[in-house]
Design a protein around this ligand. Structure first.
Ligand code: 3AM
Length: 183
């Protein structure tokens, strides 16, 4: 079995911009910059033969290269608790389009539809154990955050191994949006 998700990997300069934000909330578990990514589709546990089907389905997706700008910070809540702190992405039709194509491709091979609305973000901290007022103050203080725009020309299938400290994410396959199909 493999635990998989599809995401945009981020270039080093972008990771550095984002990681400059980290810190200043007691109890927050900051995501290591090497783990930063923008999830396009969480797949979860899947048999190896299904993973091959996923790879086949993703490898025929084509699109255009686009510019991605990370900006602003926000939170997710679960059961009334702020559990994640993230950096957002500027509205971007090319990104939405890519996410739609991936969703369609994965549904076509039988994966159940993702029910959550796509909300592009890069998680920077898990905040289940942080005082909510400190998290809110952080969001207010960093609302105007902007990272330098990055050019996106590919997306990546990651495997994930859950670790005690941090999960280990491994890029398994990179899909070039503009690759020419084999004749
Ligand atoms: O991109 P972020 O960091 O928000 O939280 C996990 C992480 O999201 C999410 O998938 C990304 C890569 O691990 N994730 C983990 N389990 C999940 C689940 N059962 C999940 N997303 C949806 N359903």
């Amino acid at each position: 079995m493999l635990r998989l998700f599809v995401a945009l990997d981020l270039p080093a300069e972008c990771r550095a911009d984002v990681s400059a934000l980290a810190g200043g909330i007691p109890g927050a578990k900051w995501v290591p910059p090497d783990n930063y990514h923008l999830t396009l589709r969480f797949i979860g546990e899947i048999e190896n033969w299904r993973a091959q089907e996923v790879d086949d389905a993703l490898s025929v997706i084509r699109g255009t290269s686009f510019e991605l700008s990370l900006r602003g910070v926000g939170t997710f809540e679960k059961a009334g608790r702020i559990n994640a702190l993230w950096v957002g992405a500027e509205r971007n039709d090319a990104l939405t389009h890519l996410q739609n194509k991936i969703e369609t491709a994965l549904q076509r091979i039988g994966l159940p539809p993702e029910r959550k609305r796509f909300s592009p973000h890069v998680t920077i901290a898990r905040t289940d154990r942080a005082p909510p007022d400190k998290v809110i103050a952080f969001v207010q203080a960093h609302n105007l955050f902007r990272a330098a725009p990055v050019q996106v020309g590919c997306f990546t299938l990651f495997s994930s191994r859950l670790g005690k400290e941090a999960s280990v994410y491994t890029p398994e396959v990179e899909y070039d949006l503009m690759a020419r199909r084999a004749a």
